[in-house]
Design a protein around this ligand. Structure first.
Ligand SMILES: [Zn+2]
Length: 380
């Protein structure tokens, strides 16, 4: 990736051509700079919506030493509080749940039928490996695939694209063994490890374990702030922003920043106007998405800090999809809200890809913001 020249380089038109993207690109940070061991544990720990218990345990063990108070509410949100000198309440939100499945039926051959949890694209779920998380027999590895004949037997008529209903799981066990170990309602996650490719990481569940990572690493580097920070690891975001809704009601924050991934649609044949964001071009400051319009003054404040601190950033408008900010914004009398996004290719697949420089930029911008947050600036 060629290093784009700084402000003084090509005329500002080049900058404008980049629709609000900073001149510098983010190939500074690499595996060495990031606490990759933690990111790997976060992404590889299983937890679908409503079954975030193992992720919660990990998040609590990481956040507890960094804050003054920590509690878990009725839905399972982790609310970690770092007191500040002033009265301002800032809520950070990153969700613990990943998309996955629940076992809904065990057939007489011992195959499992599954119920999708969260938004899945069936065309990327062919011939995958999964883990079925049982109550008493640990995680059982199996094959997830649509019920269709092998290509050798599909005479002249090739079957159409698979649907989610076609999917089943084969654990390689006898029907008796399956019935003895698996129960209706057991949750199922994709079976993939986090790997480093170039300056990027690939894995399942980067949405939104990278958001949790940014929140934890920011709290680790955070010193004194005038704001009291509520670092909230939310539940059930993928099925309707449920945890953020109740946590925001309980906290009643002045300002909120959601931390999540977003689309970087940089496929062969797609035009720049379809990209939404560019991986490796910095943290994305979201203006709007399918469920939320960010507070314009807060957006501008974040952008100005990024410019002042030369933190690589880009502005983002996402046609569809949303984050916890959409729910928090509407809590009680309304909350000043924004989202910082990590550009990700192949979202909601087992090969989500995020640039490590963008993760570093996200942490640096959030840190710089928390050092100077003051809601009085946002009066509309
Ligand atoms: Zn997400």
């Amino acid at each position: 990736m060629a290093k784009k020249t700084s402000e003084k380089g090509p005329s500002s038109d080049a900058q404008h051509k980049n629709n609000g993207q900073s001149a510098t690109t983010t190939h500074a940070a690499t595996a060495r700079d990031l606490n990759l061991a933690l990111l790997k544990r976060l992404t590889e720990t299983p937890g679908t919506s409503g079954r975030e218990e193992q992720v919660r345990e990990l998040v609590i063990s990481e956040l507890q030493p960094l804050v003054d108070e920590l509690s878990v509410d009725a839905l399972g949100n982790v609310i970690a509080v770092k007191h500040g000198s002033g009265k301002i309440k800032v809520m950070l939100a990153a969700h613990m749940d990943e998309i996955g499945f629940l076992v809904k039926h065990v057939d007489d051959k011992g195959y499992l039928r599954v119920q999708p949890v969260g938004g899945h694209d069936p065309s990327v779920l062919v011939a995958q490996r999964v883990l079925v998380h049982t109550e008493e027999h640990g995680a059982l590895r199996g094959v997830l695939t649509p019920a269709r004949k092998p290509i050798h037997l599909q005479k002249d008529k090739v079957e159409g694209p698979p649907t989610l209903n076609d999917l089943f799981v084969d654990l390689g066990l006898t029907a008796e063994q399956v019935k003895a170990q698996v129960e209706i309602g057991d949750f199922v996650t994709m079976d993939r490890t986090l790997e480093v490719v170039g300056d990027c990481v690939i894995s399942k569940a980067l949405d939104d374990r990278t958001g949790l990572f940014v929140m934890i690493e920011t709290m680790r580097r955070l010193h004194e702030t005038n704001a009291t920070i509520y670092a909230v690891a939310t539940v059930q975001e993928e099925v309707g922003l449920r945890g953020a809704t109740t946590a925001a009601y309980a906290i009643d924050p002045d300002v909120t920043i959601a931390l999540d991934t977003t689309l970087a649609v940089e496929l062969p044949g797609t035009g720049d106007h379809e990209a939404v964001t560019h991986m490796g071009s910095g943290v994305a400051i979201k203006v709007m998405d399918g469920g939320h319009i960010a507070h314009p003054k807060l957006v501008r404040h974040l952008r100005d800090i990024a410019r002042r601190e030369a933190i690589p950033y880009q502005m983002e408008v996402l046609p569809g999809g949303s984050t916890d900010a959409a729910a928090i914004q509407k809590a009680r009398g309304g909350v000043i809200s924004a989202t910082l996004s990590l550009p990700s290719r192949y979202v909601h697949t087992v090969n989500e890809m995020v640039h490590m420089g963008d993760i570093e930029a996200d942490i640096n911008l959030l840190l710089a913001y928390l050092a100077e947050v003051h809601p009085s600036d946002y009066q509309l």
